[in-house]
Structures are given as C-alpha cells and as structure tokens.
Design a protein around this ligand. Structure first.
Ligand code: TYM
Length: 339
C-alpha cells in the first residue's frame, strides 16, 4: 500500500493485528486470526505486524529466531496478506511501538497485569525466566493497537483479556488527557476462535506444545496432517454430535466448520451413521486442501528474501509516519517538551 492510498483509506475503519513469529504457525493461528486478516483486507484499512518484540519475552536462539521471522513473513504473504492493500511490517522496525509501550506502562496497574492468564501460564512454563517484559507484555500490545487508532482487532479468543486491558488503558488515558486514543473492539470469529489441542482438547492448540501431535502446523505435509487428525483424541460414543463432555469431537467439528463453512447441524447430518474414522479423514482432507495453496505460495516467497525486504521496508516506513502522529499527540498531552 502506498502512503497516499493509506491516507485516502483513512475514512475506512482501521484494523490492527499482529502475530508472534515464534516457531510454527498453527492451524489455530490460521483459523482464529489469519483467515480473518485476509478477508478484512477487502473492506478495511488493515495494518498487520510480526510481533518480534513480544517474542523475546521468552528466550530465543538468535539464528533460529531470525529464520522464524523470515518464515512467518513469507507464510503470511502466502496466506494472502497483500501489501498492495494493507500494511504488513516487522514490529521492531517501527520505533514508535517501543516508545508508546513505555508510556503506557506508566498508565497500567500492577494488579491489572497480575490478573492476565497468559502471564500466569507463561510464567509457570518458563519459571527460570519470569522477566519484566513477560509481565508488561499487554502494555506493548496496547501500544501496537492504539498507535493506529484501530477500530477493530481480529484475534482468537485467547487474546480477549489483553484486548479488554487495551480498552481500559485507552479509556484511562483519554479520561486524563481527552480524546487521544480510539477505544478498539475485538473481532473474534464465530468458528475457529479457540482451536484446541488434538491430544488434550481441553487445552488450546499451541505452537509451543511439546507434543507435536497436539497441533497442526500450516506448513505440515499432507500426510503428516492426515496422521495427526487420525490420532486426534475423541471419546467412546462414536457419534458425530456437538455436546458436553465431547471436547475432542467439538474441536474437530469447529475446525471442519471453520474450513468448510458448514454449520454444526449440517456436519451432524453429513456424518449420521458414520464412525469417527470417516469423520477424522474428512476433517484432515478438508484441512489439507485448505492449506495446499498456502504451502505452494510459501515455497516461492521464502526463496525471495529481496522481495520480502522490499515489502516489509515499504510498510514499515508508512507505519512509522502514521503511528508517529498518535505518539506526538500523546507525548504533547503528557507535558513532555517536543523535539
Ligand atoms: P499469537 O502469536 O499467540 O497468536 C496469533 C493469533 O492467533 C490466535 N490464536 C488462536 N486462535 C484460535 N485458536 C488457537 N488455538 C489459537 N492460538 C493462537 C491468537 O488469538 C492471535 O490472534 N499477543 C499476540 C500478538 C500481538 C497482537 C498485538 C495481537 C501482539 N500485538 C496487537 C493483536 C493486536 C500473540 O501472542 O498472538
């Protein structure tokens, strides 16, 4: 997107979202967020980022981290993020994010951050590295969103609590200084918002799960995807029906629905009298077909580092200009002396 297009699109509602470029991007990320990112580009002014600053709240191995950033950037282009229509940059390339994050840290309460379930989960998981960044992570996320005066934030259900906090921070700041930030709304899909682990369906599907059978990666080979779905944990009822105590089947139905667009009733009808084996095969095949074109495009993009650079640099330049306006406004209101 050119700066001029970005400006002429200012009347359209603004979308902001980001994803961490750590490890494998999963079917959960894809159905919970990325599929929406692509759709929204048609009607909104979309601004997307790779949240590399968020990623270092957990220790990263440098060479692998860099490779993951390139991979995630290429993969999102392959999913359909289009830099002619949207901005798509690397968070650390736009300095306003870290600057506003510091400011917002000073308007965020210790008690609020202590209640974040992601902080509790991650600090239990990484008990040897409970750093301050892990704790103040939501203030950086608030900065990401508020810098662009975003109206809507497409995310999976796990980010709902962070979004609520973003709204609270914006309202608190506006309450003191007047209307500086737009208070954003979440945009959470009806199906696919919480894709669960294929092995422990009471837990969300996560790229950091040690059991690789628990998640499907967007770049998994077709035979691996099929194998993972065949091994998915279900129940002993052998009846494809949405219901209580059927977390595994509910999850597979959610995935199938998000990929095919079919309702739960339609799915129940389709598999009436059929066993879980048939259903798992159908879910696996639908996912393979959904991801096939993404994987093909990815293999092209990842080879072309020069093209990736051209895309992220162009987007970052425009993002810097747009976000600087909000940062200047906040800085002035607080009482800092402007440069
Ligand atoms: P991250 O990188 O963990 O996840 C990226 C997106 O994928 C969604 N998601 C899921 N959706 C459904 N089922 C799942 N199992 C699942 N796992 C992940 C997430 O909800 C998210 O939308 N803090 C964010 C990144 C971020 C951000 C932001 C998001 C940084 N700044 C500003 C929105 C706005 C994160 O770690 O997402």
């Amino acid at each position: 997107m050119s700066e001029q297009t970005a400006q002429s699109q200012e009347r359209k509602k603004v979308i902001f979202s980001a994803i961490q470029p750590t490890g494998t991007i999963t079917l959960g990320n894809y159905l919970g967020a990325l599929k929406n990112w692509i759709k929204l580009q048609e009607d909104f002014n979309c601004i997307y980022a790779l949240a590399d600053l968020h990623a270092i709240t957990v220790r990263q191995e440098p060479a692998k981290f860099r490779a993951n950033i390139y991979e995630a950037y290429a993969l999102l282009l392959a999913c359909g993020v289009d830099v002619e229509k949207s901005l798509f940059f690397i968070q650390s390339h736009v300095s306003t994010h870290a600057q506003l994050a510091w400011i917002l840290n000073c308007y965020t309460q210790f008690g609020e951050l202590s209640r974040m379930t992601q902080f509790k989960d991650k600090s239990a998981k990484h008990s040897d590295n409970i750093n301050a960044g892990l704790f103040t992570y939501p203030a950086l996320m608030a900065a990401d969103i508020l810098l662009y005066q975003a109206d809507l934030v497409p995310v999976g259900a796990d980010q709902k609590q962070h979004l609520e906090l973003t709204r609270n921070i914006a309202e608190r700041f506006n309450g003191i200084y007047g209307n500086v930030f737009k208070v954003p709304d979440g945009y959470i899909p009806k199906t696919g918002a919480r894709v669960m682990s294929l092995q422990e369906p009471a837990k969300k599907m996560s790229k950091s799960d040690e059991n690789i059978n628990s998640y499907v990666a967007v770049l998994d080979k077709p035979e691996v995807i099929m194998k993972k779905f065949k091994r998915a944990v279900t129940d002993s009822e052998a009846c494809v029906k949405y219901g209580e105590g059927k977390d595994g089947i509910n999850n597979l139905m959610g995935i199938y629905s998000a990929v095919t667009g079919k309702t739960y009733e339609e799915i129940e009808k389709e598999f009436e009298g059929k066993g879980y084996g048939d259903f798992k095969t159908a879910v696996g095949e639908a996912v393979v077909e959904e991801l096939r074109p993404v994987q093909e495009r990815f293999s092209q993009f990842i080879k072309d580092k020069a093209y990736l650079k051209e895309c992220y640099e162009k987007s970052a330049q425009i993002a810097e200009k747009i976000s600087q306006r909000t940062l200047d406004k906040a800085v002035k209101k607080i009482g800092f002396v402007l440069k």
